[in-house]
Design a protein around this ligand. Structure first.
Ligand code: WT7
Length: 655
């Protein structure tokens, strides 16, 4: 656990700095009394029962929680509908004409505002279209789009009729899209003719066509006209239909929201694990809605007059929970931005904040580090005084970035919530409560009320404060994933087998003397590159799928902005000569196989990989070489010449 040590030292340096909530903020906050922790801790079920009252149920639930690890059911017997809670119920209130979504396109003059009434109309038209095109309750619908309002409309329409969606990040390759559609046997794909990214059109439809060559389960493709001239897009006979035509056909028809069981699947979202095959985490209806609704309200201290911006992509869980379901179920105004943070200039985020008078901003440490590197002159050009709360998520935030964020974006006043969670957890689990918690830069602080997190050793025993260990969750929570789609066994094995009864997060953590949690990073073969989770095995499989590669090893190396970067070591098939051109070809090959986010930053060709006598690749050594550390114990290495040779090549590559 070398990351663990490094994190510990850095953390210690900053442990002394504390930021209590400002008095004015505290006085106005939804929660400002520490008693909430005891209340939830002493009776978890009553706590969540009380939280569930903020949701409209068609049939009230009978039991808060049932089952045991690894399969829990929440709000048993209840019937509700997530779309109803996010849309319909606001129409009977003054929020009917409140902005639900403020959308900013990457092109600076593209801006659309959808009120809750607009959302209602569009979601209904889409739901009517889905039904007409043959989608029924339970059918899976894949959504592969950029950040446009139609993405949210499509998700809500699926939720309305009980068709679980699976959103595939628009940056993924045709191969990645195909694997995901096949894994869940999706019946329909909703995509667009493109997405704008750094001024270029991402060819979503072309990618989809490529993927669809191997997806027999897909019967219909619904295509949004967004980034291309519709005449230039190829539509395939019976299979492909235009979104705008179908929406028009639906007219003013409505579909009543389907009363769904609390445990009815809401969505599947794929994420990387330790094997090459991504896991489709399944989230269900009632518990997920209660969990995301509650955390959105209390972690962001969300009020009705707030304009809230989560700058994540909906292709990841952050967008699902904190752009769509959490904010909309609260009747909030949720801002959505299509493009890159430096398009058309490096002040774009700050301009969006000023223009919309945004009050709450939620982004990732990697973005904050990029802003730091670009310089404070960009935020200084804009008025950010509307901001009253900042959030961060995705990876440990280094204290320097935390302090910069608070100073230049939060004007030394706003609380910062550093929220730890995962695709699997569905909702934030370790986080400050902004009106209560005294924060320390770099620490996600404490478990949310009702959450029992612990740091344990190899035997599953709690370690004393100050020591590092495995981060586990000892009690269930409502928004937890229920299983891996189609693979209950893997769900059990990956998350529940190591410490029976506890959920294994895959992260290591440490608690300091005051009990604050410091997340130190992954302990498995999963990398966190710019907040994106990438399995080393996925990248290795992509590399060996190239005819010139015999074997590959992939590791994460520290990177100033991305947190981690990918370094790959590849052994060529015999007879193949290495060259700079081949290195480029292989890096590109990985991007084509998975997506640009997985392109190795560095790639080294070597004659062999360092292995133990039993044939296991010694990643620790590769990391040591890559990060220029003195080599750790090599006594188990089969052939130490290999090491020298790799080291030489690495240093060669450095120059
Ligand atoms: C992994 C989960 C949760 C939405 C985005 C990522 C890391 C996440 C934090 C944080 C330290 C964090 C963990 C976790 N992580 N938030 N605040 N501090 N680490 O979701 O792709 O499922 O990744 O991201 O390593 O296990 P994900």
């Amino acid at each position: 656990m070398e990351e663990l040590k490094k994190g510990t030292i850095e953390a210690l340096l900053h442990e002394e700095r504390r930021f209590p909530p400002g008095e004015a903020f505290r006085a106005q906050a939804h929660w400002n009394d520490k008693g909430i922790y005891d209340k939830a801790g002493s009776d978890l079920e009553s706590f969540w029962a009380e939280m569930s009252e903020s949701i409209d149920w068609f049939t009230p639930w009978e039991k808060v929680l049932e089952g045991e690890a690894p399969s829990f059911q929440w709000f048993v017997g209840g019937k509700t509908n997530v779309c109803y809670n996010c849309v319909d119920r606001h129409l009977n209130t003054w929020r009917k004409n409140k902005a639900a979504i403020i959308w900013e396109g990457e092109k600076i003059h593209d801006r659309r505002v959808l009120t809750y009434q607009d959302l209602y109309r569009n979601v209904n038209r889409c739901a009517v279209a889905l039904k007409r095109l043959g989608i029924e309750k339970g059918d899976r619908v894949t959504i592969y789009m950029g950040m446009i309002p139609e993405l949210v409309i499509a998700m809500l329409a699926c939720a309305r009729i009980g068709a679980p969606h699976t959103v595939v990040f628009g940056g993924f390759s045709p191969d990645a899209l195909r694997d995901r559609m096949n894994d869940c046997q999706a019946k329909m794909l909703i995509t667009a003719d493109g997405a704008w990214r750094r001024g270029n059109r991402v060819p979503l439809k072309e990618n989809a066509d490529e993927a669809l060559k191997g997806c027999p389960s897909i019967k219909k493709v619904l295509v949004v006209n967004h980034a291309a001239d519709a005449r230039d897009v190829e539509m395939e006979g019976y299979r492909d239909v235009w979104w705008h035509r179908e929406m028009d056909r639906s007219g003013n028809e409505v579909v009543e929201p389907e009363p769904l069981d609390s445990e009815h699947p809401l969505y599947i979202l794929y994420t990387s694990g330790t094997t090459g095959k991504p896991k489709g985490l399944l989230h269900t209806t009632g518990g997920y809605l209660v969990g995301t609704h509650t955390t959105t309200k209390y972690v962001f201290d969300l009020k009705d007059n707030d304009t809230y911006w989560c700058a994540a992509d909906i292709g990841w869980v952050t967008g699902h929970s904190y752009i769509v379901y959490g904010p909309l179920s609260n009747g909030a105004t949720s801002v959505m931005y299509e493009g890159a943070p430096n398009q058309p200039h490096k002040g774009r985020f700050w301009q969006i904040i000023e223009r919309n008078q945004i009050n709450i901003l939620y982004t990732a440490p990697t973005a904050i580090r990029a802003f730091m590197a670009w310089g404070k002159e960009f935020p200084e050009k804009f008025d950010l005084s509307s901001l009253r709360l900042l959030g961060t998520v995705g990876e440990p935030i280094n204290p320097e970035a935390w302090i910069w964020y608070r100073k230049y974006i939060g004007y030394d006043e706003t609380p910062i919530v550093d929220t730890w969670w995962q695709t699997e957890t569905g909702m934030t689990l370790i986080t400050p409560l902004p009106g209560i918690t005294e924060t320390k830069p770099g620490s996600a602080t404490f478990p949310f009320p009702g959450i029992e997190a612990d740091v344990v050793d190899e035997e599953g025993v709690s370690v004393p404060h100050g020591k590092g260990g495995y981060l586990v969750l000892k009690k269930p929570w409502p928004a937890m994933a229920r299983t891996i789609w189609g693979d209950d066994q893997r769900w059990q094995k990956v998350y529940w087998d190591k410490f029976p009864g506890y959920y294994l997060t895959g992260d290591s953590a440490r608690r300091d003397e005051d009990g604050y949690f410091w997340i130190l990073g992954r302990v498995d073969d999963v990398l966190n590159v710019a907040g994106h989770r990438i399995g080393t095995m996925e990248v290795e499989s992509a590399l060996v799928s190239h005819p010139d590669v015999a074997e590959a090893a992939v590791i994460g190396i520290s990177h100033e902005i991305k947190g981690q970067a990918i370094a790959a070591f590849a052994v060529l098939v015999s007879g193949k000569e290495g060259s700079k051109a081949l290195i480029e070809t292989l890096r590109k090959h990985v991007a084509e196989k998975i997506g640009a986010i997985a392109r190795p930053d560095r790639l080294f060709l070597t004659h062999e990989l360092p292995k133990t006598r039993s044939g296991k690749i010694m990643r620790r050594l590769l990391r040591d070489i890559a990060e220029g550390r003195i080599l750790s114990d090599t006594s188990t290495l089969a052939d130490s010449d290999v090491l020298e040779q790799i080291k030489e090549q690495y240093e060669e590559g450095e120059k």
